[in-house]
Design a protein around this ligand. Structure first.
Ligand code: MG
Ligand code: MG
Length: 265
């Protein structure tokens, strides 16, 4: 069942999404060679609690930490550990919070020092996929239009689109209806409606779309061990157009990058 949100609920959700954005922004300047993902996880948990939130993933379905930290060939759901980051790694940091009864859930893939050109391109195209998908979140469109746009853009570059994991509705629950695949056919799936809040999250692989799960029951990795990228935003459909509730601007500020992500009219 799809829970449409009132304007007031969407403002609460913006606050939750923004707390995730600020957490990712705080982490941006801490992610460097030699640092462990477990250390970063501790920083994030303290930051969220200091800002009147609760880590949204901790204990969810039994997940043991605050952040999903997925390095290189890992797609999503990596468990923070004691292995230091190295120059050339990429790291997807996926963060959830619960604040005022509503979840925020978004993600960014960071590079650790210099990375190779192919991986850099993968990061750029995956972020483009996210914004191309968001642009489809308009009245008259269906969920399949979002996935179709993401899939087309990724496959144009020869990349693999992960099938087993999808975006989702977001609200009082971390995972609500509808599911939002990163692939699909135009004009198929649930009709988009004002008041929907979706977490759109392309997971795009440099090589094959195929993935396998580690024996830890969590970590999802590419089956060819080539890198995978992941970017996620929380978006409300308001008066027929997408309004992004989360932002990467705190990350850009920390890293000295231009803030020029699209704003939708
Ligand atoms: Mg997420
Ligand atoms: Mg999500």
């Amino acid at each position: 069942m799809i829970h449409l949100k009132s304007a007031e609920e969407i403002e609460w959700m913006r606050e939750s999404a923004q707390l995730v954005s600020k957490t990712l922004g705080m982490l941006a300047s801490e992610i460097k060679p030699g640092v462990t993902t477990l250390y970063l996880d501790g920083l994030a948990e303290s930051f969220i609690r200091d800002h009147d939130g609760v880590p949204g993933f901790l204990g969810m379905y039994g997940f043991p930490n605050t952040l999903c930290m997925s390095k290189n060939e890992m797609v999503v759901h990596g468990i923070p550990n004691e292995t230091p980051l190295e120059v050339g790694d990429i790291l997807s940091v996926d963060c959830g919070v619960l604040k005022n009864g509503y979840y925020g859930d978004h993600a960014y893939t960071f590079s650790v020092g210099e990375i190779d050109d192919d991986t850099q391109k993968l990061l750029e195209v995956t972020k483009e996929c996210l914004y191309i998908g968001i642009d489809q979140m308009r009245i008259g469109n269906r969920v399949g239009d979002i996935g179709n746009a993401i899939q087309k853009h990724a496959e144009k570059h020869g990349y693999g689109v992960v099938r087993e994991l999808v975006g989702h509705g977001l609200g009082k629950q971390l995972h609500e209806d509808p599911q939002v695949p990163n692939y699909g056919k135009r004009g198929q799936g649930k009709l988009l409606q004002n008041g929907m809040v979706l977490a759109i999250e392309p997971m795009i692989n440099l090589g094959t779309h195929r993935v396998v799960q580690w024996k830890d029951g969590w970590s999802i990795v590419t089956s060819d061990k080539k890198p995978s990228a992941h970017f996620e935003h929380d978006i409300a459909l308001i008066e027929g157009r997408p309004v992004v509730l989360s932002t990467f601007d705190y990350i850009y500020e920390a890293l000295g990058l231009p803030k020029n992500d699209p704003v939708y009219a």
